[in-house]
Design a protein around this ligand. Structure first.
Ligand code: SF4
Ligand code: SF4
Length: 385
């Protein structure tokens, strides 16, 4: 009986094991990990988590509440992968591991409710509720979204019969909380001569589900999105979110579709776009750019935003800290204290730049910085207002 159990675990986990075995225990990744730096506990480091996974797969250790907790106290930010010289594919390993051990029935009830609730239209109607919450002491603990929504009904595409250049995938955070940015993105791309399709049913790429081990829900959402994609003739899938880009490239199997993160799309195809210099309405003001982890560390997007930011001349101060903001989606709900420590460090480095205005290209970072810090935080597309 015991033998059979061991065989089945090994068989199921062969991919995870292969990735974990690449780790040589060197520890180079420790300094890059925001969670480890916040908590300074080895099992909270990438190396520590890899060793826990190895021990569980070898059945030297049983999955228990404590090591489960460690496995989820990770932002999936990719900072460890970015610095690892051995090429450990940490994100893929962790996602596969979570999906292996946290089968649907084992996902904690509370988490399931949050994730389920996240996919419903109700969220969009709760601006008033978030406003009330933001006036309570919870505001100090959790990132409560402010709402900046506009009615997009006129922007949605209803006629799919023509050929489009771009299918704009808006992503969940902008759809639910900051839809005015979606309107700006669409208008900007159209003004630059692109035919843009914005289908109404698209919301989330599914990363919140697959990253939490809820594969069944992810598959449902993926099928729904792919069905919508297949109704439309388009050349480029443009996503204003690095996490979404990773999800489409790695977990969708979209053969023949060119997927671009918005910043890299604008850099590649409309590099001559002029930024609105009036953003620095007072001469002494400074702007900086916050690198979203997935953009920088997983997609390698670095020069693209800076090429535009440089148009501010001396008004642009480059923040090269490469620090995480501590959001990580559901991570900030599950581990608010760690998230806050990471954000505090981020704020300290932002202060050192002396900037007044912070641009970023990730909807999650935008929410985290905008709702928790006293900076004027802007989404990348607002450079070109
Ligand atoms: S993940 Fe990479 S950097 Fe970290 S300990 Fe393993 S081999 Fe070293
Ligand atoms: S993905 Fe980020 S938070 Fe998770 S272990 Fe790696 S560096 Fe740390």
């Amino acid at each position: 009986m015991e033998e059979r159990r061991s065989y089945s675990l090994k068989k199921k986990s062969i991919d995870i094991d292969k990735i974990a075995q690449v780790c040589s225990d060197c520890g180079n990744c420790l300094y890059s990990c925001p969670v480890y730096n916040a908590e300074l506990v080895e099992p909270n480091s990438p190396r520590g988590k890899i060793n826990l996974i190895k021990a569980i797969l070898d059945e030297r250790l049983k999955p228990n509440k404590l090591n489960k907790e460690f496995m989820f106290e990770c932002l999936l930010c990719g900072s460890c992968e970015y610095v690892c010289t051995n090429g450990v594919e940490y994100l893929d390993m962790m996602i596969k591991y979570r999906n292996l051990i946290f089968k649907e029935k084992k996902i904690p009830y509370k988490k399931k409710i949050i994730l389920y609730f996240y996919q419903t239209f109700i969220l969009k109607k709760l601006g008033w509720f978030f406003k009330i919450l933001s006036k309570t002491s919870l505001k100090k603990k959790l990132t409560i979204p402010g709402i900046d929504n506009i009615n997009l009904n006129k922007s949605y595409t209803s006629d799919y019969s023509k050929d489009f250049d771009i299918l704009l995938f808006p992503g969940c955070v902008l759809t639910y909380f900051y839809s005015s940015q979606i309107g700006k993105i669409k208008k900007f791309l159209e003004n630059k001569g692109f035919k843009v399709a914005l289908p109404k049913g698209l919301k989330c790429c599914g990363f919140p589900y697959i990253s939490q081990g809820w594969e069944k829900m992810f598959d449902k959402l993926k099928t729904k999105n792919i069905n919508i994609f297949s109704d439309i003739k388009f050349k480029y899938l443009v996503v204003p979110c690095g996490t979404g880009v990773i999800t489409f490239k790695k977990y969708y199997g979209l053969n023949g579709v060119e997927v671009y993160e918005l910043t890299e799309f604008i850099y590649k195809f409309i590099k001559d776009s002029k930024v609105n210099l009036n953003i620095l309405e007072e001469e002494h003001k400074k702007v900086t750019y916050h690198d979203p982890c997935h953009n920088l560390k997983s997609l390698g997007i670095y020069k693209e935003p800076r090429e535009f930011m440089k148009q501010f001349g001396k008004g642009f101060v480059d923040d090269k800290s490469e620090l995480c903001c501590g959001f990580g989606g559901i991570f900030s709900v599950g581990f608010p204290n760690t998230s806050k420590k990471i954000l505090d460090k981020r704020e300290k480095y932002l202060k050192e730049t002396g900037a007044d205005i912070v641009f970023t290209s990730c909807p999650g970072c935008y929410m985290q910085l905008r709702e928790n810090l006293s900076y004027d935080v802007k989404f990348f597309i607002e450079l070109f207002d």
